[in-house]
Design a protein. Structure first.
Length: 324
């Protein structure tokens, strides 16, 4: 991935004129995928290099001072973008005060025309750019005609509710509706974290769990989920197995907040390993039980339902040994 990933426009050296697609692409959802696939087709026909221009941190975090829940980490986002087309070049431009204060005119000239050698620029229909979001497609087209590039907007695709968007997906996850979120993503939403020592209550109950810390992605509503689990290796993530994940405060045993996964048919030491857990289906709400026997009975039922839910689960053919 490193040869296609450029941290900042200064590190990108255009080998040929480019078709530049601009966006945050958090989640790389179905709308993003359609836009990028279409852009790459056009780039091939026009013999232009396809380039994705994205930003880190998320511009809204800089402009509002409020952390935006991420659907994908930067590394995961780039991985998913390159799966769409390995010929993509990805330029991750730091978004700070300098860029936030840049006028649309300077952005078009210095970043697009000079920095990326843009001959075509593709954006979403709701694209805004420049200081105080002053620039829109009309201004971008006008500037492009002066600077030697053509600007076009790709129509937003969606479902009966509306256009696919990262905001809609975050909202669905906040409600625990992973089915709706996954339908918009085109794959299960995933949480990535490092396994840390817990209180071993799961092991005492006969259901040992891997407790995840430092999760950066949006965590869905409290509850129990059927999941597919990858583990990070030296060369990337690989399939580890399936399991049941609990997100919540574990009220029956008063154990406090945790994100923990019980891997089915697995024994081994995962401490300090990084797992990527794909939330395939929601099984139930988190609830308090009348004692440990009732809790154990429910956990057994959760495992049976997990096996049923995931009985036909197949890995994505482009995941290179991981689940998705």
């Amino acid at each position: 991935m490193s040869s296609r990933l450029h941290h900042g426009i200064a590190s990108y050296h255009a080998a040929s004129p480019a078709l530049v697609v601009i966006g945050n692409f958090d989640g790389v959802h179905l709308g993003h995928q359609r836009l990028l696939q279409s852009a790459c087709e056009v780039a091939g026909q026009a013999q232009l290099e396809p380039v994705v221009l994205t930003f880190e941190p998320h511009p809204s975090e800089v402009l509002t001072g409020v952390k935006t829940g991420r659907l994908t980490t930067l590394g995961r986002k780039c991985e998913l973008l390159l799966r769409l087309d390995p010929s993509l070049s990805i330029v991750v431009e730091p978004f700070g005060e300098t860029l936030s204060l840049m006028s649309p005119e300077v952005f078009a000239e210095q970043v697009l025309a000079r920095g990326l050698s843009a001959k075509r620029v593709v954006v979403g229909e709701n694209f805004r750019f420049g200081h105080q979001r002053r620039g829109d497609l009309a201004l971008l087209s006008q500037l492009g005609s002066q600077l030697g590039f053509e600007a076009t907007a790709h129509e937003l695709i969606g479902d009966a509710v509306g256009a696919y968007s990262s905001t809609r997906i975050r909202t669905a996850l906040g409600l625990g509706d992973v089915a709706r979120a996954n339908a918009m993503l085109g794959r299960p939403h995933a949480l990535t974290g490092r396994v840390v020592s817990g209180d071993r209550r799961g092991r005492q109950l006969g259901f040992p769990t891997a407790n995840l810390a430092d999760v950066l992605e949006v965590v869905p509503a409290k509850g129990v989920y059927a999941v597919a689990v990858d583990v990070e290796e030296a060369t990337g993530f690989s399939r580890l197995g399936i399991g049941a994940m609990n997100i919540g405060v574990r009220p029956t045993v008063d154990a406090g907040a945790a994100i923990e996964v019980h891997l089915l048919d697995f024994s081994g030491d995962l401490y300090d390993r990084v797992l990527r857990v794909h939330l395939v289906a929601r099984l139930r709400d988190e609830q308090r039980f009348d004692g440990l026997p009732a809790l154990k009975a429910q956990l057994s039922n959760d495992i049976a339902r997990t096996r049923e839910e995931l009985s036909t689960l197949a890995p994505s053919p482009d995941a290179h040994g991981a689940w998705f």
